[in-house]
Design a protein around this ligand. Structure first.
Ligand SMILES: C=C(NCc1c(COP(=O)(O)O)cnc(C)c1O)C(=O)O
Length: 419
């Protein structure tokens, strides 16, 4: 018999009962909730009190890597994935035995990597972050401490996730300096310079599995494995690097929970990162840690087969449809992909990248984002990734509505070529 949780459960179920025509959601803290019944918050291109109206001239927004493609998975597992938070849940700054992180969650993350076989967490220190976004500069700070009089060069191979450059420039320390493309830097610098290279594998935006470009005794690397899950790539081997970053955003899709983690080999680097992160936010939200624990327990049921099959099937289907549409175009091409052996699925599997990295091939189409915008498609320009604007990125991990509308706009654009 429920007692103090009953009211919370009734409120949550009342909100979940608003279907919003399947083109929106109502939330406990949603718009209108303070006056009584929360209202539907419609997905892009839908409007009306029940989100049933499709806005015909609405652009297809494929800009952000907002991982809503996983929302149906969790709605189909409502009971298993819900968690009730008491009004007195972990009010202290500390979680367990004076630490800022949940021991149970740390154990589960180690088990997750062991079961999926994507990363070696054995013997590694674990640090939680507010998303892995917080851990990007945390790691640069820790690795740039050295006795050199000149700042450490921070680089990434083009195309690269733009946050590395933006954060390095924003935090603007005398210890490090953003130096752009790793390939160019390698050709113009000598091995006496300290460097930190961001190695994103699979890469955002082009989905390629990567290795460090810069080698040598003074070369350090931060391996960002946000997408190193069966959703987005084959798992050819278990990665085992000095610093590896992961995020809940891309394994469960809960970007809003703002939870990420780093696996760190060296204790001194770990302590430096921990000191920085503690001064920065005094650890991660305890509610987020509780929710991550619940969600990752669901992920690990059946050794992950449920979510990884759902995610792989969804994204490989989207990739097949997108590739088929662009195969008819002489104007726009997609990044090259190839089937690969996956140690998780234990078979060769088709590509299922989270992003499409487009190139406008016509001489006059130097601004590919502009070409797509003219066709009612919002994308992320190449310059956001340190690349020429002849390239642009499409996000394939948003909601089904978003993808369907994107494909509709792409087919219309490609059909225009035939006229
Ligand atoms: C949301 C997007 N990127 C998230 C991201 C992040 C940030 O993840 P968070 O944990 O949600 O902060 C880290 N690393 C890489 C390589 C990423 O692509 C995007 O590219 O649109």
């Amino acid at each position: 018999r429920l007692t103090w949780t009953r009211q919370a459960a009734l409120e949550a179920e009342a909100v979940a009962s608003l279907s919003c025509s399947g083109h929106g959601r109502a939330f406990l803290d949603g718009i209108g909730s303070s006056q009584g019944e929360p209202a539907c918050e419609c997905y892009a291109c839908y409007a009306g009190s029940d989100c049933s109206e499709l806005l015909p001239d609405c652009p297809a927004d494929a800009d952000s890597g907002d991982p809503l493609f996983l929302e149906p998975f969790w709605m189909q597992r409502a009971e298993r994935s819900a968690v009730v938070v008491s009004g007195w849940h972990r009010m202290s700054y500390v979680v367990t035995k004076g630490t800022l992180l949940s021991i149970e969650l740390e154990k589960l993350i180690r088990k997750l990597h062991s079961v999926i076989g994507n990363a070696n967490a054995t013997g590694k220190f674990i640090l939680f972050g507010d998303g892995s976004t917080q851990l990007i500069n945390t790691a640069v700070h820790a690795l740039s401490h050295n006795n050199s009089s000149s700042p450490t060069s921070v680089v990434a191979a083009v195309p690269y996730y733009g946050a590395y450059e933006a954060q390095t420039n924003l935090f603007n320390s005398e210890d490090y300096e953003w130096k752009g493309d790793a390939f160019q830097w390698k050709n113009t610098s000598d091995s006496s310079v300290n460097s930190i290279e961001f190695v994103t594998s699979p890469n955002n935006p082009d989905g390629q599995l990567r290795r460090p470009v810069i080698q040598g005794p003074l070369a350090k690397a931060i391996h960002d494995h946000a997408y190193y899950w069966p959703h987005f790539t084959a798992i050819p081997s278990m990665v085992d690097e000095d610093i590896m970053l992961f995020t809940l955003s891309k394994i469960t899709g809960h970007a809003g929970t703002r939870f990420g983690w780093a696996l760190i080999k060296d204790e001194e680097v770990y302590n430096s990162m921990k000191y920085y992160a503690t001064l920065n936010t005094v650890g991660s939200s305890h509610e987020s840690q509780l929710r991550a624990l619940k969600l990752l327990k669901v992920v690990l049921q059946g050794r992950g087969s449920d979510i990884f099959q759902f995610a792989f099937t969804t994204l490989s289907d989207r990739w097949r449809k997108l590739s088929s549409s662009f195969s008819l175009s002489r104007r726009i091409s997609l990044q090259k992909t190839a089937p690969q052996y996956c140690t998780y699925f234990q078979r060769i599997r088709e590509p299922s990248p989270g992003y499409a990295w487009l190139k406008c091939e016509m001489e006059e189409d130097e601004d590919c984002e502009r070409v797509l915008r003219g066709a009612g498609i919002i994308s992320s320009p190449g310059s956001s990734f340190g690349a020429p604007n002849r390239y642009t990125r499409l996000s394939l991990i948003k909601s089904q509505d978003d993808f369907d509308w994107l494909l509709h706009r792409i087919n219309a654009l490609v059909a225009q070529e035939a006229i």
